[in-house]
Ligand binder design. Structure first.
Ligand code: ZN
Ligand code: ZN
Length: 308
């Protein structure tokens, strides 16, 4: 059985869609559940986070008959950035409202800002019945920078270290290592691209990024030989280059750019991700016929992949 499991919870970009013609691929926005080495890591907290929260809540209740017997929810959430489609699930994540839950939330904002302040402003205070300070869970919100590594050890709080300290130390083979870099290929404050490594296998999450002519050199280095690359694929090339409504500069890639990134990084498997909310199931099926293969597949809500 794999100890590195991925489940897609929301695969849409921009905004959620609730329409029967979109249900095969799913209407929720970006959220990917990763269960690795006994840790729960959640990549982005779009509306896909809500159903994951409901399931975790059910599991928590079934884990014991009294509060002291139950197994608390313990999660590490990594935000690529704070655009709405990547954070909207946070206030509605049910385990957040349990005192036993522990959540470490990481991400980055503009240099003179703090992630905690921005999350509070965008999702709580005036836009939700509770203030961030009223959340029952033990929630720690931490700003990252790209020299940081996050190390997850069994039964311990995540340790954030800097690159030199990280490289100078020996690591346990059971550690889960998270590294990141900042990409400026997305409007406003850019995005964090994450890599999760466990026992020599790795997953790279690269959403909300537009590719460059000749490829993204930073990504090529960062994601080289990864086992799974989840890459932004918001547009068809036709829509990207449209004469009347071109999408160039919007900070998103095409399916072809994602394939190019797979080729350049030598990623074993590619998952096309973050679909335009205007693309219904028929459209995505059409796209899939053109671009999908055994090693390059379309994300779908509830799709599960094991990294073996
Ligand atoms: Zn997005
Ligand atoms: Zn965005």
């Amino acid at each position: 059985m794999s100890d590195f499991k991925i489940k897609f919870r929301g695969v849409r970009g921009s905004y959620p869609v609730a329409n029967r013609n979109f249900m095969e691929y799913g209407g929720n926005t970006a959220c990917v559940e990763v269960n690795v080495g006994g840790h729960l890591i959640i990549l982005d907290a779009g509306t896909g986070l809500i159903e994951l929260g409901n399931e975790l809540m059910t599991k928590y209740i079934e884990s014991g008959t009294t509060i002291t017997e139950r197994t608390p929810v313990n999660a590490t959430i990594l935000l690529s950035h704070i655009h709405q489609d990547h954070i909207l699930g946070i206030p509605f994540f049910k385990p957040m409202h349990l005192a036993s839950t522990k959540i470490n939330l990481f991400g980055g904002v503009a240099q003179d800002e703090k992630l905690e302040t921005e999350i509070s402003k965008l999702l709580f205070t005036k836009t939700f019945p509770l203030d961030l300070g009223d959340i029952a869970a033990e929630l720690k919100i931490k700003d990252l920078n790209e020299t940081n590594y996050i190390i997850l050890k069994h039964g311990q709080e995540p340790v954030v270290t800097r690159v030199y300290d990280f490289l100078s130390k020996q690591h346990d083979e059971n550690d889960v290592i998270i590294s990141c870099y900042k990409s400026f290929a997305h409007p406003q404050n850019g995005v964090y691209i994450y890599k999760i490594t466990y026992k020599g296998k790795s997953l790279v999450y690269a959403t909300d990024k537009e590719s460059y002519s000749g490829g993204d050199k930073k990504l090529i280095k960062f994601a080289r030989n990864c086992n799974l690359l989840i890459h932004d694929s918001q547009y068809t090339t036709e829509d990207y280059l449209s004469l009347y409504t071109p999408k160039q500069g919007f900070g998103h890639s095409t399916f072809e750019m994602a394939l190019e990134a797979q080729k350049q990084t030598n990623a074993e498997k590619l998952v096309f991700f973050h679909f335009d909310p205007a693309y219904n199931d028929d459209k995505l099926e059409e796209i899939s016929k053109i671009y999908s293969s055994e090693n390059a597949i379309m994300a779908k809500e509830n799709l599960e992949i094991d990294i073996l």
